[in-house]
Structure formats: structure tokens, C-alpha cells
Design a protein. Sequence first.
Length: 375
Amino acid sequence: MEFIRVCEPVLGGNELEYVSECVRDNWISSAGKFVTEFENQFAEYSDCKFGVTVTNGTAALHLAAVALGLGPGDEVIMPNFTMIASAFALCYTGAKPVFVDVDRQTWNINTKLIEEKITDKTKAIMAVDIFGQPADYDEIQIIAKSHGLKIIEDAAQAHGAEYNGKRCGSLGDVGCFSLFANKLITTGEGGVITTSDHGLYDKLRYHKNLCFPLDGPRNYIHEDIGFNYRMPNTLAAIGLAQLEKIDEYIANRRRNGEKYARMLGEIKGVQVQKIKPDNKSVYWMNSIVLEDSIRLSRDEFMDQLKENNIDSRMLFAGMNRQPALIKYGCDPNGDFHVSDRLYERGLYLPSGSNLTDQQVEYVVEKVAAIVKANS
Ligand SMILES: *Cc1c(COP(=O)(O)O)cnc(C)c1O
């Protein structure tokens, strides 16, 4: 059995043809037809009116926070269990992330714990669609509405996922996607922001491009401090080719994810992410959490998988454990026992779009054998 990786990009469509077209026609920078085409098609795919490409998912989150007007003195409530970029992007604006633990079963922000963290400084809630499963947007929207808060959706792991029939990216005021190599679709490095709010769309485009006036004369006079977050046409070309294949990739991930959930669910001693009935996850990553009945540390478990040619990764460390965020002034105190446990006892299993049925079965067979030998 060859080594089974956690994830690798699948470039199975028109990528080479579209990139070649950019090179041949001399359109390799951030103007060009693929940028517009990719933005439009990505927005439509994500049930939104507008799409804005950027250089990466972190930039997408930062730009979204800027466009919403977040800054020093503002607080944003976010899940404690996520990738570090979710929090850093808020810090770039001067706003303060406020952490809330995640739900024990879905691993998304625990909406019951949000209201107690709201103060008169709170301006927004950031929800993260963790591992490809949408957060609880009905609840989040009720809370946001009653306190006048904006919603940033970090959908970096959830391209094409659905909540009550609506695609991720459309579930808050603004949706942020990453196109990094291990995400559902990729441009190598890249990101997209989605929104249906015309005012926000203009602010995103304005701040993305050094605050050059959106219309009017190019007289090199700038009213605000902006960023250069422009995606080049060559990468948008890859993005468009990837988007043409996304339904195929998602179908494969769903088939594998459902199979993993069914088979792993039968192994006593491991927990899998619970997918809510309202949700259609895209199964970005399939993970397990080892219960205490298994007499191996997480690292020992990963070593044994590796001996069987199976790659795995530990899960994210909670935001409450990040020295960078504590130095910045975030409050690490509170009850974060769910995210703590995910960090200490959780790991990803191979989950790429090109994973085969046989590979899933092989991985589960080995997990079961390791559990059995060590319980
Ligand atoms: C990947 C990811 C990001 C950051 O995206 P980059 O393209 O790597 O900058 C942000 N949030 C979450 C939840 C992610 O998974």
C-alpha cells in the first residue's frame, strides 16, 4: 500500500490550458478575463451576488473585517477552535477577538455561549464552518439581529457546503474562502470574499486595491490606507478550472466522508464529528478524537498510523492557548474543555478529493486494529 496523504491538490481539468492562455496572451497580472469570470462564477456558485478575489484566505478575512469597519476598541466573538488566521485577521484591524468554546458534537461555535460574551464593544460574530460543516446560522442570526451585530462567515473549509439549502459564503454579511492547496478547490495560494451587499462589495474592491478610487480620475490621490490583495489572472485561471470540477470533488468527499462516519462510528473509543441534519457538509477533513479508554497518546496513535503508511495530523490548538493572542490582549480564561480535548486527543485522517473507496476502508481497518490492540 502506497503512503496515503492527508490531502493533496487535484488538478484534473482545464488548469494548464487556461494558464497557458494567460501566458500566450500576455495577461498574467491582476487585470484579465479569468479574474472577472472566476469572481462571477464563484459568487453564483456560493449563492451570492458578488465575489472578490484576493491573495489568500487570511487576506480575505482581513479585508472583510476592514470593509465592515472593525477597528481598535471593537470586539468580535469567534470560536476558540479554528485555524489561527481567523483570529489574526481580526487583530490586523486592531479589533479584539473574544473566544467561545465549540459544541461537543459538531465542533462548531457553541451558540449557547455567545450571549454571555457580548458587551457594548461587540461589533460582530465570526462563525467558522469547521471541517466543511456550516455553523448554526439560524441561532447566530437571531443573536446578531437582537444585538445589532454583523456576521463574518469564515468558510475557508466549506466551499459548496449547504445549510438549509443555502451555500456557505452566503450565510452571514460576508463570506471568506481560502484557495490554499489543501482546501476544497485551490489556486495554490488565493482567496475569495462573497457578499450580496453592494456597499460592502464596493468597500472590498476599494481596500483591496490600495484605495484607488473605484471610479473617477486616476490622479494618484488616496483618501484612505488600502492594501494590495490582488489575485493575478494566472491564478484565477486555475481557480476557474477548479470550479468547473468542484461538484465532482465534493461528491467524492461526501461519499468518503459518509463512509468514514458510518464505519468509524462503529469503533468503540473514537469520536467523529457529528453532522447536523440541516447541514450538507463537504467533509473537508475527516477527524477522530480518541477517548480515554484508548491507552495511547495522540502522537503514539499517529506514529502507528504512519507505520501503516497512513498520514495524519493533529488538530488546531485552541485560540486560548496561543501566546501571540494572549500577548495581544485576548482573554485566555474560561471554560474551553471541548477545544482543549480536540487539541489533545484529535487527529485528521486522509481526506483528499482523490481518496478512493479502498483507501478509506484500509484506513478504517487500521484505525480499528490500533484501537483494539490498545483499549
Ligand atoms: C485555511 C484557513 C484560513 C486561511 O487561509 P489561507 O489561504 O491559508 O490564508 C482561514 N480560516 C480557516 C478556517 C482556514 O481553514
